[in-house]
Design a protein around this ligand. Structure first.
Ligand SMILES: Cc1cc2nc3c(=O)[nH]c(=O)nc-3n(C[C@H](O)[C@H](O)[C@H](O)COP(=O)(O)OP(=O)(O)OC[C@H]3O[C@@H](n4cnc5c(N)ncnc54)[C@H](O)[C@@H]3O)c2cc1C
Length: 387
């Protein structure tokens, strides 16, 4: 029988490997790096050098695994069970840079930039959002002006995951001032003169993952670092947003599964009141059962969407629906977990308060839930058959 969640033996083996890695390697470092609000940078590099978890969606001949979006979902779901914050930094490197670059770059760019990011020698990220333009991404004001064999970049990017640890970034900038869609993208090396890292944000959740401003002042980028056609970045920006939304949805699944496991154990085994286990009370049963049903429904939608997301076609409607459903579900389930734990749930001694703080980011990053609602409505309208 077809297994939606592990369609092949390769998927099953990958899930087992990442499951064990999350429990054995990620879990023990969560508290320390959450409190320090610092990325466990050596561990992120080891995801490439030791565990070979970079390049999931790029072909084997380029050094990757040649797997599909389902495999990427599996990795993000399993890692997030233990630490969604670390997983977001993994996602920025693996999905926002490696996947995007490979599927948009030319042969020389792949040859030069893919090997160091696959083995973790260089960490990476993607810079699209700006201080004055997030949802309104086409309103970005960072410019790239062509001067001979270089582009000169000026402007600032906001909320950039891995901003203070990344060596390479895909940077989106305006190359046509007369056209809102006139954007281009570039491979930018953080060691170049004119590149600086601004403020690092102090955040509610996702604390281990660094979120920084990047500033470009007359930053010169060689013309050969232009990705794809000049003014033509929108296509690959939108295509990569789909797998980003899918993997953010997968992170929500990991958080929700963890919250469920925690509350089922606490209510059934750990905690009694009035001479009974908490799980004997109908209102506690309602929270757990509702959480479970919503988790199962979102999980099916995310994995069904994963079957359709690939680098050659567009799947914006399903990706938006999967992200909207899974992120709302994870917030609900994590909130229920805190309620089931009562006062203990509100303390940092137990893992459930972190789950809610981390889950909320997933309703904002990669496009807010309001943006997902708008995208869904637009796509439904566009596909409506004329009557
Ligand atoms: C921890 C973290 C990590 C991130 N990592 C990255 C990264 O690596 N790279 C990157 O480029 N970006 C990154 N982002 C940015 C993220 O994608 C943006 O925060 C997000 O797209 C929202 O943009 P904004 O924050 O400017 O909010 P705004 O666009 O200002 O939105 C504010 C509110 O208005 C609503 N809104 C805006 N426009 C509309 C509209 N037309 N209709 C209805 N409601 C609307 C929004 O939904 C939201 O509720 C990150 C953000 C965070 C918090």
């Amino acid at each position: 029988m077809f297994d939606l969640f592990n369609p092949t033996d390769d998927h099953q083996s990958l899930r087992e490997l990442v499951h064990d890695l999350a429990r054995g390697v990620l879990e023990p470092q969560v508290k320390e790096f959450e409190e320090k609000e610092t990325l466990n940078e050596p561990l992120l590099r080891r995801m490439g050098s030791e565990y070979s978890l970079f390049g999931i969606t790029i072909p084997a001949e380029a050094g990757g695994h040649g797997l599909d979006a389902t495999a990427s979902v599996i990795v993000h779901e399993e890692l997030s069970y233990s630490d969604a914050a670390f997983t977001l930094s993994y996602l920025a490197h693996e999905v926002l840079f490696v996947n995007n670059l490979y599927h948009s770059a030319n042969a020389e760019q792949r040859k030069k930039y893919i090997p160091p990011v696959l083995d973790g020698t260089a960490l990476a990220g993607m810079a699209m959002s700006e201080p004055g333009a997030g949802t309104d991404v086409l309103g970005m004001t960072t410019t790239a002006e062509k001067k001979g064999d270089r582009y000169v970049l000026n402007g600032a990017k906001q909320w950039i995951t891995n901003g203070n640890v990344g060596r390479y970034f895909i940077v989106y900038a305006r190359t046509d001032k007369n056209n809102r869609q006139g954007l281009s993208s570039f491979i930018v090396d953080a060691t170049t003169k004119g590149f600086s890292v601004g403020k690092k944000e102090i955040k509610m959740g996702i604390r281990q993952s660094p979120t920084c401003q990047l500033i470009f002042e007359d930053l010169e980028v060689p013309a050969e670092n232009l990705i794809g056609a000049e003014h033509g970045a929108l296509r690959h920006m939108m295509r990569n947003l789909e797998i980003e939304r899918l993997t953010l949805a997968a992170m929500s699944l990991g958080i929700a599964r963890r919250a469920l496991d925690e509350m089922v154990r606490y209510a059934s085994v750990d905690r009694s009141a009035f001479g009974k286990k908490l799980a004997d009370f109908g209102q506690i049963q309602q929270m757990i059962a509702e959480s479970y049903a919503r988790y199962r429904a979102s999980r099916a939608l995310v994995y069904e969407t994963a079957l359709k997301v690939n680098p050659t076609s567009r799947e914006s409607l399903s990706a938006a629906a999967a992200k909207l459903s899974a992120t709302q579900m994870a917030e609900y389930v994590a909130r229920c977990a805190i309620q089931v734990f009562g006062g203990y749930g509100y303390t940092r001694e137990y893992p459930v308060e972190k789950l809610l703080r981390d889950a909320i980011l997933l309703s904002i990053g990669g496009g807010t839930n309001e943006a997902m609602q708008k995208n869904i409505m637009k796509d439904l309208r566009d596909t409506m058959s004329p009557t």
